[in-house]
Design a protein around this ligand. Structure first.
Ligand code: ADP
Length: 215
């Protein structure tokens, strides 16, 4: 499948993407994971992105388009991909449209995951992430804590609160989402590619996607 996953921070895009990859081997492409990996590795890209990310601001569209143009041409994308956290602005969506035409790729649909704001806030404040950039497994102190406190079940690295998951940065990320990313819902409705799912459970989102794509 070739899908875009849209939704506010904390809507569950990453979790849904991971569940979908298990269905047909499509790859999850998370621009947030790629950027955090670059920050941790101290690359040029990471140095450029770090300040924006800490504040909860979006990194410039040109940086993101550079990453995605390369990423979409890697061989593993041939099987399908789930775009998680990209596009995030109307200019990114317009650039992506051109890029897909250039690469001869057709999207199946755009899935918008709609979760109430109070659920999102609670989730983000209690979310913890494995600090190993090759893993980045996600936990929740209330609903899904690691078996051994503070250590990742999968790789044993430390499980931490992301720097952009302080209360201040979270409210800034949500405001940025409403201003810059929410308009993409209208954009993709116009393109006739939108599947909106109101769901707080990832399983319900998976069921809706499977039904839409006849899987
Ligand atoms: P979340 O969806 O939980 O906010 P992500 O992991 O998707 O978190 O993104 C973390 C940060 O990385 C964002 O706050 C932003 O600074 C940056 N980022 C990720 N994807 C994009 C994008 N497509 N455009 C601009 N900035 C991005």
């Amino acid at each position: 499948m070739k899908l875009i996953l849209l939704g506010a921070p904390g809507a569950g895009k990453g979790t849904v993407a991971k569940l979908l990859t298990a269905i047909d081997g499509s790859v999850q492409i998370s621009t947030g994971d790629i950027l955090r990996g670059a920050v941790q590795a101290g690359t040029e890209l990471g140095k450029e992105a770090e300040g924006y990310m800490k504040r909860g601001d979006l990194v410039p569209d040109s940086l993101i388009m550079g990453i995605m143009e390369k990423r979409l041409q890697e061989p593993d994308c041939a099987k399908g991909f789930l775009l998680d956290g990209f596009p995030r602005t109307i200019p990114q969506a317009e650039e992506l449209k051109k890029l897909l035409v250039k690469l001869g790729i057709k999207l199946d649909c755009v899935v918008s995951i709609d979760v109430p704001k109070d659920v999102i806030l609670d989730r983000l404040c209690t979310r913890r992430t494995c600090e190993n950039s090759a893993c980045q497994a996600i936990y929740n102190v209330k609903s899904n804590p690691p078996k051994q406190a503070g250590l990742c079940d999968k790789c044993g690295a430390k499980v931490v609160q992301r720097e952009d998951e302080t209360e201040e940065a979270i409210s800034h990320r949500l405001a940025t989402y409403n201003e810059k990313t929410a308009p993409l819902i209208g954009f993709y409705k116009n393109e006739g590619q939108m599947l909106s799912v109101e769901a707080t459970s990832s399983d319900a989102v998976i069921a809706a996607v499977k039904k839409e794509l006849n899987l």
